[in-house]
Write a protein that binds this ligand. Structure first.
Ligand code: IFM
Length: 471
């Protein structure tokens, strides 16, 4: 294991950089965050419908009921993507549109929507990249135990097959899960995300069943002849506060285990790391790890999706209570990182992105990497007089992080594409609509879209295939 104890140099901010021919530029979104139309055309309720309607769960009581109304406005949104020059668009399918109660036959009207979206993308020369699960579990499945229950993994594979049956003739790239760490530990341990449970044992079971569901879905997609299949993780770029202090290094290794190796090791055929299993046993008997599961989870991958936003710095501090999102992290302090932060309060450190990518390529080699999300929230304002949204901080963030990706490429990491998070301002989960990640501003009362300066900047990056030198 190499957590990020080694020093790293910042990418040269002055030099022009050119990405390799064929490098794919795009943007990403997720169903519940943009679609709205929550009860339209037979869509069932998801855990996020229930959670967002729970008083106090989401900032200001915001919900995804309307969101960006992308369900109705997708033709204009796709036309906007084309004007920006996007080569690919990563979106997720809302499981409860396809199976309103999470099992049984497909709801044709739900599939029709994605069918139209995919055709519209191809009509504009944009490749669809489909994520099958971006956190909107059908509520009916949660009522039966959710991801803490083994059966949900099997239901997920059936759902994946239904989607492939309709879209597989056109969609080439498939991502099974988005950020299973968040689904398991924010959803079932800290409860800050849906379904809002605070049960560490359930969170570890959920992590396993998400992985199992992934493996079973890979199997069913492969059997159906799918193109490229992968999974998206949000690996923590974790490092010790003092790299020379053994206990800080041990703290970083613990968090690396609870965030990264718990998913990456089984996915890459190594099974669960012993130190992680030791932590799990403090909370539960992992009887849910059944013989044969390791092989299912280790189904070969065609791509590894990486979402990166910010680094994590930890130190060993006796007596520190465990973080709610990392059961078993007692004695570990999460430290502030000096320097600029985004509107989420997330430290901005592009060099950690390079370090993370080189670490992934070294420790989990052989699978091409896609940056399936990277971006930043800032407090953007639309100037009605000029119809402009000036977002220099976002441009600076994206510039630095693209240089970081380029530095990883130069170091030999096989990165195939970059998908900015996000195309549109959208429903930022427990933060509601107050955090804006889009390169396109959304004026929610009118649903008017205004490309921010960063969108025009990104358009130029795409046209040029890279970044200019600093003036
Ligand atoms: O908005 C989320 C997205 O749904 C998953 N990755 C992180 C983003 C920003 O928090």
């Amino acid at each position: 294991m190499s957590t990020q104890a080694t020093s790293h140099t910042s990418p040269d901010m002055a030099a022009p950089v050119t990405f390799p021919p064929g490098f794919v530029w795009g943007a990403a979104t997720a169903a519940y965050q943009i679609e709205g139309a929550a009860t339209v055309d037979g869509r069932g309720a998801s855990i996020w419908d229930t959670f967002s309607h729970t008083p106090g769960a989401v900032h200001d009581g915001d919900t995804g009921d309307t969101a960006c109304d992308h369900y109705h406005r997708y033709p204009d949104d796709v036309a906007l993507m084309a004007r920006l020059g996007l080569g690919a668009y990563r979106f997720s399918i809302a499981w409860p549109r396809i199976q309103p109660r999470g099992s049984g036959p497909a709801n044709p009207a739900g599939l029709d929507f994605y069918d139209r979206l995919v055709d519209s993308l191809f009509g504009h020369g944009i490749e669809p990249i489909v994520t099958l699960y971006h956190w909107d579990l059908p509520q009916a499945l949660e009522d039966d135990g959710g991801w803490a229950t083994r059966d949900t993994a099997y239901r997920f594979a059936e759902y994946a097959a239904l989607v492939h049956e309709r879209l597989g003739d056109r969609v080439h790239r498939w991502i099974t899960l988005n950020e299973p760490w968040c689904a398991a530990f924010l959803g079932y341990a800290s409860g800050i995300h849906a379904p809002g449970r605070t049960d560490p044992a359930a969170a570890f079971a959920a992590a396993h069943h998400l992985l199992l569901g992934h493996g079973l879905a890979v199997r069913s997609l492969r059997d159906a002849g799918a193109g490229e299949i992968g999974i998206t993780l949000n690996p923590a770029a974790v490092r010790p506060a003092d790299p020379s202090a053994e206990d800080d290094a041990a703290a970083a290794r613990t968090i690396d285990g609870l965030h990264n190796r718990i998913f990456l090791d089984p996915l890459f055929g190594r099974g669960y790391p012993a130190d992680v299993v030791d932590v799990v046993r403090r909370f539960t008997d992992p009887a849910w790890m059944q013989p044969g599961d390791d092989d299912i989870i280790a189904a070969p991958l065609d791509l590894l999706g990486v979402n990166y936003y910010t680094p994590t710095v930890v130190a060993a501090r006796a007596g520190t209570p465990p973080s709610a999102v990392y059961p078993g992290s007692d004695g570990i302090e999460f430290q502030a990182v000096p320097g600029p932060v985004t509107a989420m309060g997330w430290p901005i450190e592009p060099a950690s992105f390079t370090t993370l990518l080189t670490r992934l390529a070294a420790d989990y080699s052989g699978v091409p990497i896609w940056i399936t999300e990277n971006g930043a929230a800032f407090d953007d304002h639309h100037d009605p007089a000029t119809d402009r949204v000036a977002d220099p901080d976002r441009i600076h963030y994206l510039d630095g992080h693209l240089r970081a990706v380029h530095a990883a490429l130069s170091a030999g990491v096989d990165v195939r594409g970059y998908l900015v998070w996000s195309l549109l301002d959208n429903f930022e989960w427990a933060e509601g609509y107050r955090k804006r990640f889009g390169i396109v501003f959304v004026h929610y009362p009118t649903q008017n879209r205004v490309p921010k300066d960063s969108a025009r900047w990104y358009q130029a990056v795409i046209n040029r295939g890279g970044l200019p030198g600093a003036p």
